[in-house]
Design a protein around this ligand. Structure first.
Ligand code: FES
Length: 115
């Protein structure tokens, strides 16, 4: 995502509390609900990222997947998505998955939902 698109996405977002930073272990993925939407939250070092928690190829939760080299592997057919951008990393995935902005405010993790 381009920097200006990301800024617009964050400015328009409604923020939803999904837990504490320690709820999200480094290098792992954790499922949450944000505004009723299933979201997979990832930690990579000090950074947090969020993807819609449903593979674009089929009915599988990315939060049940395996995180490797900045990508998450879908548990059903082993397609992969970039954690930061939602872009496909490996077939059979060909369509990007929705991303959500994440921030930490006053020690709480918040996921931003637009639209
Ligand atoms: Fe995810 Fe097929 S359902 S790769």
């Amino acid at each position: 995502m381009q920097a200006n698109q990301e800024a617009v996405q964050q400015a328009d977002a409604t923020w939803h509390d999904v837990g504490e930073p320690d709820d999200f272990p480094d290098g792992d993925v954790w499922p949450v609900l944000a505004d009723g939407l299933p979201v997979a939250v990832f930690r990579q070092g000090e950074e947090l990222f969020a993807l819609y928690d449903l593979c674009t190829h089929g009915a599988a939760k990315l939060s049940d997947g395996y995180v490797e080299n900045g990508c998450v592997e879908c548990p059903l057919h082993q397609g992969m998505f970039d954690i930061q951008t939602g872009a496909p990393c490996k077939t059979p995935v060909t369509e990007a998955v929705r991303t959500f902005p994440v921030r930490v405010v006053a020690g709480r993790v918040e996921v931003g939902v637009t639209g």
